[in-house]
Design a protein. Sequence first.
Length: 133
Amino acid sequence: MLITRASEYAILSLIVLSKATSPMDSETLSNQLSIPKSFLAKILQSLAKKGILKSFKGVNGGFTLLKDPKDISMLSVMSAVEGKAPAVFDCSPSQKDCPSDRAELCSIWPFLNKLQGKIDDFLAELSLDDILE
């Protein structure tokens, strides 16, 4: 699936954080967005590990954007929280790596591969700033 709950929650969190004037902790974000705290904490940590967020420890700790919203692509956000590039279908980008080992029989692989490429390009060009407008 292309947009999972993790991706959705990551994007919603980034929107809130882009408008914040100081670091926000996971509990505050969790309450504001009605997202389970433990799930959101994992998402925020993934975004911090990939250099999208900066985390601060301590009493006044929390998260802030590490990059300007125009420099945060939706492809990088979704890849960070999913652990891999988002895919519309289970098809592999290479016929030789087909998960069903029946690529030679698949007549729709070229179409699906082309569609995935267009979606990847779109997500790479779509920034957080575009969503904020």
